[in-house]
Each structure stands twice: as C-alpha cells, then as structure tokens.
Write a protein that binds this ligand. Structure first.
Ligand SMILES: [Zn+2]
Length: 570
C-alpha cells in the first residue's frame, strides 16, 4: 500500500512537472539560436571524397567535421542534371529544380530565342568595369553563353533559407554568399543577401548592381591590395612527399588536359600576373579556394557577422575541387593534393570562425552541389571500357536521315545538343506544319537507340505524365521546367559522357543522374551538436528544411525536404 501511494504520488508529481519541463525545453529551443549559420559547399565533392585521404589530413578541417558532427553517409541530390547551379539552388531552397527553376547551368530561353546563362541578368550590370567574362580566355563554356555582364538571382523562382532568415529578422540578418563562381555565390545569398564572386578577368572579387550601388569601402581596399599578386611567378607544389600519395606515381596521366603554361605535372606554374590565363590558373588550383577564404575573412571582419543575437548567414562555396576534377580527373595526383589543401583551407576557415564567433555559436553545414565522375580512360585502365559519346553525329546518322525523309525534308533537325537537352529546330517544325509533340517523340525513339544513350525523354511526355515512375525517369521529371527545358532530355549510360565541352576537351565531367554524381557529403557540425553517423538515405532538399526548423523559422517557399531529426535531437 505504502509503495503504491508513493508511486501514485510520484506519478502525480511527474505529471504535474511535465508541462513545466516541456515549456522550458520549448523556450530553450526557441531562444537558443546560433549567431551564425555557416554553409560550406564544395563544388564537385563526391560523398566519399572527404574520407578518401583522411589519414593524410591534419586536425581541424574534415577530421573536425567528421568526428564532431552529425554525418550523413548516404546523401543524394534527387535530380538528373547534377550541375553547379542546379545543386546550389537545391541546397539553398530545399526545393527540386522543377520547382526552383534552375534546371541547368544553361537553358534555352524561348522569348530571347537563345541559350541563356543561369544567373545572367542584363538589368543588373557588374559593378566593376572590365571584370566581365573574357570570351577568349574563359574556359567555362556555360559562362560564355551569357550575353551580358549583369548577374542576379532573379531566375530562382522560390525563396532560399537565407531569404527566410532575412524575412524572419525584418531585414536585420546579415546574409552573404562568396565563391569563385558567380552562380556559387548568387544562389546561396538568395534574393535578399549580398553575393561576391571572383572575376578571372580582373583578379578581383566583384558583385553586380543588384546588390550594391557602389562597393563598400572594405571591398575596394581588399581588391586594391591585389591579393592575387602573392601567386605571381609562384607554383602549386605538393604538400607532402610524393611517396605519401595514392596517385604519387601517376602525376602525368594521358587524359589530363594540357594547359600551355600550367602543365600537367607538379609543380604547376602560375606564371606572371600579366599572362591572360594567370587568374584562370589560380582557379584550377587550391589558390582559388585560398583567395575565397581570404575574402570571406574580410566579409566577417568588416560586416561583423555573428556578433549579435540576430542569426547571420554566411555561405562559402569552394570551386577549386570542381576545376581540378574537370581538368585532371578526380583520380589524379592533382585532385589528391587539392583535397589535402582544401582540408587546410577549411581548417583555417573554422579556426577563424571559432575565434570570431565561436564554433559553439555557429551552426555549420557542409555539402556539395554534385559528385564527380571518374575519367573514362582511367576506368578503362582498370578494365571498365567506356567510349565517349558523340551527339554531333546524330543528326546526320542514317536513321535520322530516314526519319527526316518520312517528315518530308532533309534539313538539320537536331539543332544542338547542349547537355542535357537535344534542341530541335522548332522553326523548321512550325514551317513544315508538323506537330512538335510527334516530332519530339519520333526523334527521341531514334536517339534512344544511339550508342551511349540510356534514356531519351521528351518534354511533352514529362508534362503529360506519360513517363514511368522508375528512379531515372523520376530524377529527370524532378529536373523539368516547362518554360526552360529543351525538347528531349538525354541520360547517357553510366560512366559515359561527351568529352568535348564546347571546344575544350576535359578529362571528366558530371551532370548525370548516376550515383557517383548524385552522391554528396552532408555534415552538420558546431553549435554543440553531438557527433553521430546516419546511414539512412537522405536528400539534399532536407538541408534548408532542417536549418529552418532549428532556427524556428518557416522553410523556403518551394521546399520539399524533410526535417533531419537527428540534427535537432542533439
Ligand atoms: Zn563542374
């Protein structure tokens, strides 16, 4: 009896105390907010890459994130076109490309009747003279598509996490996005933040009139100090003895892109500042990330990020891993050394943030815009034979000639193939009074038979819901935008790609829906989170939703991800 009374009493007191406990933990969750959200995105960082060379890495970078953070071991993008802007916009918005609209680095604009670059916007010219894309020396073919120097986030059709932070704070949050690539900075800063990126033409960090009427004084000073000059006549050297590297004996692999001056063996020469390719060489090496970090430190210092109770947001997108991967391949001595350098750059960034804001006050999330494909020739050396695909030959193939004959003409029907779309000559189809839908279908049937093509899906079929619900078709549909998609979405067979990037033969490229391209790291750290490893498959759309939940603000307008409870439980 006595025991029972005692236990009832206990239960009662427990019940009575419960609302109090709940209320206080709720209040704690609502008031305990990070001073800074630091979103690190590494361009072309496949999910397994942070751990591949971990034994050679020091403390404070990837080791800190992997040991102290909540680590998702099976995170993927759920869209087919795994390119830079598509991945960045997904990380920023928690939405799929079909919703946020950034379906490719380039798409065809029906109104303008031309291919457009994702963040180009003639309404907002660059704030710097002589810092636009140099058509002669620019190696990124998507950048060369832009017809104006203007840049803005206007094409992103929904809000970003950073926008929501700004809205919730009545404009008091400080929001910055920095990257070597314009699209890596603009996407993450959203519609309400400030973005800065590196001009390969001027060697400066620049912005557009969308963000500022004139540069803040500190940006002028940073650029006037010419930080790129420390690389004048310097080289990119190996950080460790050659024997320490997995690829130590393979510095000169036949598929590495040969850049006159830069070479394809260590030490890589940056050459003289007056060389028109000098700044490009910096971006093809860890120097691009080091410069980005240097500018980021200036942002934090001068804009006083993370110094008060209003949560600020800083996005840092590191681009060197992508350039190095394209030029030398992800399995190369260059890529291996770049990872060790990136680790030091991240360690340096975290040490700096710890000093300025405190890592306990900083919620860190690291992920990537896409993974990385191996160089086909590298796979061939291991016994996986693969050949490049040649879409340029498609229109003239016998089967296409026969098809055109059936339609009653012999002019060029496949106007272009710009990854991932086949673009048909719609004027010709209209002139011949043919049904676009029928021509799309007929061409897709033929293209699907060509060597290297896994899937050819017409835009009409996606819009009408005529595609199967399998994995690949779902990822293609997730990438579809009625106004921006081309005529036929092409998925190439795994490990195959078009080696020619508008004249530049690259060693490797991404952009497929295959696992190596969708697989990215996803790590939440700092802010006193308890370390954890999660093996469940998660989506990159979950990041913006989870950040919003931690901050207690509404998720971005098109977000479709789920809250990752493990991060909130900690
Ligand atoms: Zn890339």
């Amino acid at each position: 009896m006595k025991t029972a009374t005692h236990s009832i009493k206990n239960t009662l007191s427990l019940l009575l105390s419960m609302p109090v406990i709940l209320a206080s933990s709720y209040t704690f969750a609502q008031t305990h907010k990070p001073k800074l959200v630091l979103q690190i995105t590494v361009d072309q960082l496949r999910g397994n890459m942070p751990t591949a060379y971990l034994d050679k890495m020091g403390k404070g970078g990837f080791k800190y994130l992997l040991n102290e953070g909540v680590v998702y071991k099976d995170a993927h993008h759920n869209h087919a076109n795994t390119e830079t802007i598509v991945g960045h916009a997904t990380l920023a918005t928690g939405a799929l490309p079909a919703v946020h609209g950034m379906i490719g680095n380039v798409w065809y604009d029906d109104k303008l009747q031309r291919l457009v670059y994702n963040v180009e916007d003639s309404k907002y010219p660059l704030l710097s003279a002589n810092a636009d894309v140099n058509q002669k020396t620019e190696i990124d073919p998507t950048q060369r598509t832009a017809k104006s120097s203007g840049r803005s986030p206007s094409n992103i059709q929904v809000s970003t996490f950073s926008d929501e932070l700004m809205i919730a704070s009545n404009g008091k949050a400080k929001v910055f996005g920095v990257s070597v690539k314009d699209r890596g900075a603009i996407s993450m800063a959203g519609h309400t933040g400030k973005a800065f990126w590196f001009s390969k033409k001027s060697g400066e960090f620049v912005t557009s009139e969308y963000y500022y009427d004139k540069y803040p004084e500190w940006v002028v000073s940073w650029n006037e100090a010419k930080p790129v000059k420390k690389y004048h006549n310097q080289t990119w050297k190996l950080t460790q003895p050659k024997t320490n590297y997995v690829f130590g004996k393979q510095d000169d692999q036949v598929w590495e892109t040969k850049f006159p001056g830069f070479g394809n063996t260590f030490p890589h020469q940056y050459g003289e500042m007056s060389n028109p390719y000098f700044n490009t060489f910096l971006t093809l090496s860890p120097a691009g990330d080091e410069l980005t970090l240097d500018f980021v430190k200036a942002v934090v210092n001068n804009e006083q990020l993370g110094q008060d109770d209003i949560t600020d947001y800083l996005s840092v997108s590191f681009s060197s891993t992508d350039y190095v991967g394209h030029i030398f391949g992800p399995s190369s001595l260059e890529a291996e050394d770049n990872m060790l350098r990136l680790d030091r750059t991240i360690a340096n960034l975290l040490k700096f943030i710890d000093k300025k804001v405190g890592l306990d006050n900083t919620l860190i999330v690291l992920s990537a815009d896409h993974g990385a494909a191996e160089v086909p020739a590298y796979l061939s050396t291991l016994g996986m034979k693969t050949e490049p695909v040649t879409p340029k030959t498609w229109d003239k193939s016998p089967s296409m000639q026969a098809l055109k004959k059936q339609f009653g003409f012999d002019e060029t029907l496949i106007k272009s193939y710009f990854h991932p779309y086949v673009y048909l000559d719609r004027d010709l189809i209209a002139r011949r009074k043919l049904s676009l839908e029928q021509v799309q279908k007929a061409v897709a049937l033929e293209v699907a038979k060509f060597d290297g093509v896994a899937l050819a899906v017409t835009s009409k079929d996606i819009e009408q819901g005529n595609t199967p619900q399998d994995y690949l078709h779902t990822l293609v549909a997730n990438n579809h935008s009625k106004n921006r998609s081309g005529d036929i979405y092409i998925v190439l067979e795994a490990h195959r790609f078009v080696a020619d990037m508008e004249g530049l033969t690259v060693a490797a490229t991404h952009g497929s829906p295959w696992g190596y391209d969708t697989f990215v790291p996803m790590i939440f750290a700092g802010f006193n989170l308890d370390d954890d490893i999660v093996y469940d498959r998660v989506s990159t759309t979950d990041i913006a939703v989870t950040l919003s939940a931690i901050l207690g603000i509404k998720a971005p307008s098109g977000a479709q991800g789920k809250v990752l409870k493990k991060v909130l439980d900690d």
